[in-house]
Design a protein around this ligand. Structure first.
Ligand code: NAG
Ligand code: NAG
Ligand code: NAG
Ligand code: NAG
Ligand code: NAG
Ligand code: NAG
Ligand code: NAG
Length: 414
């Protein structure tokens, strides 16, 4: 039984991955349209704008997270007064894959939940304050398409918070995307690296989904692009979980071997950790690592006897829950590798809080191969629902609220 279930899970994971990751070339076109997109309301302004002057950053008592509060432990509370933090239609930088309402999702409840830690409160997200923190700096998200939604969420959070005469732009410089806010000389960036280390899937749009080959010992091609960032947020999980084994090299490129995924993940993370240790300056750079984003591919896990997926789910799971899609071996490896680092890497342990959100995925209100689902496909959620990616506004906003809260703590008066 256990083995059968294990195999079934892997097989389904595989189907789900193929269906949502074969995004293909049409994304290029979409993204190109957004190239150099200036905020429609932007106007020519003099060089001395009110935000070009550096301002002190204050942290009030309400914004202070008490030492000892684990912000990742808590519950989702209904709060349709303060959530969502921005509107789908007010953020021109969202890609079609995440705009679930526009794509026909009938309910918007998923936008109205606020994460409430058990023993403290999260500060209210203040986009201008974040810009002040990032003045003359670069913040960069590195990872796969789940991490890209965290980037997009952050762009929308900032975008909705800054006045319309502040110039902003989104540029696509594959494999990077760069959102820049001129008056602050601040950038929020995304860098596509689904395995963190090098692989044959590193092209921003033309990447293989079925064939994978990872260079477990090599990160240099990417890391030279990360080196100058001031805040780096890494993530990598779902691309590893396609099969129990993965083709990879370590050393000679001619020596391709099948590795157990957990072994391969550990080796890759150690390669990354070596780079962190040798190249990061903790005085000027801050590093975060986002834990795995959960999937909701099998509804029997939260509704015994059911045979569906995240489709039709409109409310978070109540009570304790951890899905089998979130691999505990991988979690343990992250814990080990980060624990051994001498440079501090702050964990964004968003897995548990996101586990509850079976209602937050794009389901059939997203894309397949870069195109919105057709009516026929929507009527076939068993085969077409995407229970990996998240709607925006939605769950990734909370990840960013936490990231913001942690960044802000550095400015506390000691
Ligand atoms: C907010 O939620 C409450 C409780 O479900 C509901 O009665 C109210 O109509 C909602 N308000 C809005 C603006 O949606
Ligand atoms: C703008 O920010 C970049 C880092 O992103 C920095 O290298 C540069 O010096 C800044 N420019 C000014 C005028 O401060
Ligand atoms: C995509 O990559 C493959 C393999 O590297 C290459 O043969 C193909 O021409 C590329 N397609 C496009 C549209 O760039
Ligand atoms: C590894 O590559 C070989 C040759 O392309 C292929 O036959 C095999 O299925 C691959 N293994 C995995 C786990 O993908
Ligand atoms: C992979 O390694 C893990 C941990 O060592 C082990 O539990 C698992 O059974 C291995 N899987 C395969 C397919 O060999
Ligand atoms: C989805 O929800 C609607 C309304 O509650 C219901 O009529 C429909 O049968 C559900 N579909 C599935 C596949 O669960
Ligand atoms: C993340 O949190 C979960 C519980 O929510 C815990 O089991 C896990 O060990 C944590 N991960 C790390 C790397 O500390």
């Amino acid at each position: 039984m256990a083995i059968r279930q294990y195999r079934r899970i892997h097989l389904l994971f595989r189907l789900a991955l193929v269906s949502v990751m074969a995004l293909g070339a049409s994304r290029v076109i979409l993204d190109n349209l957004r190239n150099n997109l200036l905020w429609p309301g932007s106007v020519e302004i003099s060089t001395r704008h009110r935000y070009t002057v550096k301002m002190p950053i204050g942290v009030s008592e309400e914004e202070t997270i008490e030492d000892g509060c684990n912000v990742f432990e808590g519950k989702w509370v209904w709060d349709n007064a303060s959530r969502p933090l921005y509107r789908e239609e007010s953020c021109p930088f969202l890609v079609k894959q995440t705009t679930c309402l526009r794509n026909g999702r009938p309910d918007s409840f998923y936008q109205n939940w606020r994460w409430q830690p058990n023993t403290c409160n999260l500060p209210r997200f203040d986009g201008l304050k974040l810009m002040e923190i990032l003045r003359d700096k670069r913040l960069m998200f590195v990872g796969d398409s789940v991490q890209r939604s965290m980037f997009e969420s952050m762009v929308c959070l900032v975008q909705s918070a800054i006045p319309s005469d502040v110039r902003r732009s989104l540029q696509r410089i594959p494999p990077r995307k760069v959102f820049k806010v001129e008056e602050f000389n601040a950038t929020i960036e995304y860098y596509w690296a689904p395995f963190i280390v090098e692989s044959i899937s590193d092209h921003a749009t033309n990447h293989t989904v079925l064939k994978r080959l990872v260079r477990l010992d090599s990160v240099a091609k990417h890391s030279k692009e990360w080196q100058a960032a001031n805040v780096l947020i890494f993530e990598s999980y779902v691309w590893w979980m396609y099969k129990p084994m993965i083709n990879a090299t370590y050393g000679s490129l001619d020596n391709i071997q099948e590795y157990n995924v957990t072994t391969a993940y550990r080796l890759a993370l150690e390669t990354w950790a070596n780079w962190i240790e040798s190249s990061i300056n903790p005085q000027t750079q801050k590093i975060f690592f986002t834990t795995m984003s959960p999937t909701h591919l099998w509804s029997w896990e939260w509704k015994p006897g059911a045979d569906g997926n995240c489709f039709n789910e409109t409310h978070p799971i109540e009570g304790s829950y951890w899905g089998t899609g979130s691999n505990l071996d991988i979690m343990g490896i992250v814990e080990d590798v980060l624990g051994e680092l001498k440079v501090k890497v702050t964990l964004l342990n968003i897995t548990q809080l996101s586990e509850f959100r079976k209602d937050g995925h794009t389901s059939v209100f997203g894309e397949r191969k870069g195109k919105l689902l057709t009516k026929e496909q929507r009527n076939d959620p068993k085969n077409y629902a995407d229970c990996i990616h998240w709607c925006l506004p939605g769950v990734p906003d909370t990840w960013n609220e936490i990231l913001y809260a942690l960044l802000l703590q550095d400015y506390r008066v000691q």
